[in-house]
Design a protein around this ligand. Structure first.
Ligand SMILES: [Fe+2]
Length: 261
């Protein structure tokens, strides 16, 4: 059994500990388990489009994907929420749990340090400037795969007949949006959740993620799946929102056609 498969089995066993005593799986636990699977699948797709990495680097990136949300199960079991502000920072806690639970014991210390760093920063507003440069490729990849998986999830959620307890927004739905947030997203700059006032603001802010992807293969996936076109379809008819989609597509096309960072 290879290292990833072994870790995957350990992860599955750990999550099974959060099933109900009768064997049924709470929806929130199952949703996060599926999200991890999706981030692993997207990581494999990014890797397929970025052939410059060694098999060992690919293993490290796949382990980052597997463990990136490790603390979500404990978070839900203890706090019944996925909101970090009401519980704990799930990036920090997931990183700590890798050690606490004794995962990947045979991996070299440098690889473990890289995975722990990438998991720790996967949910931060930006990658901290003091992250060791050797850990950047892993941090960038897990952030890309997570963003693409979250975009898929949000599109499914807002497209209708889908409910997911992992999406809980404390924002009202309404017809308008903040012009300032739209301009920030148009520039491809990330918007803080605390600045958002409506669901439209939230959806508009997601367009800035087109400027926060790192790998050309990630941009290819976003374009192939038309993630931003589908996101735009959720928003009102307006020329400025069309501009937003156009700018996101142009940014993605530029990254797709660029060299690997
Ligand atoms: Fe996360």
């Amino acid at each position: 059994m290879d290292c990833f498969e072994q870790a995957r089995r350990g992860f599955d066993r750990y999550v099974a500990g959060f099933h109900d005593p009768d064997g049924s799986v709470p929806f929130a636990i199952s949703a996060k388990f599926q999200h991890t699977g999706e981030v692993c699948e997207i990581t494999d797709r990014i890797l397929a489009g970025e052939p410059g990495f060694t098999a060992h680097e690919a293993l490290v990136f796949r382990l980052c994907a597997l463990f990136h949300d490790l603390s979500r199960f404990e978070q839900y079991a203890k706090f019944r929420t996925f909101l970090d502000k009401l519980s704990f920072d799930h990036g920090d806690r997931s990183a700590a749990l890798i050690d606490e639970l004794g995962f990947i014991p045979d991996l070299p210390a440098e690889d473990r340090a890289c995975i722990i760093d990438a998991v720790r920063v996967h949910n931060k507003f930006a990658i901290p400037a003091d992250l060791p440069s050797a850990h950047l490729p892993a941090a960038k990849m897990v952030r890309d795969a997570d963003k693409l998986a979250i975009l898929r999830l949000i599109i499914r959620f807002f497209s209708g007949d889908f409910s997911d307890p992992t999406i809980r927004l404390d924002l009202p739905d309404g017809p308008g949006w903040s012009a300032e947030i739209l301009e920030t997203a148009l520039r491809g700059q990330c918007v803080r959740y605390t600045d958002m006032k409506t669901i439209n603001d939230f959806e508009i802010a997601l367009f800035a993620w087109s400027g926060d992807l790192n790998y050309p293969a990630s941009a290819s996936i976003a374009l192939d799946e038309d993630l931003f076109g589908r996101l735009r379809a959720l928003l009102p008819a307006d020329g400025r929102i069309d501009d937003l989609l156009e700018s996101a597509r142009a940014r993605l096309a530029k990254l797709r056609d660029s060299r690997r960072p």
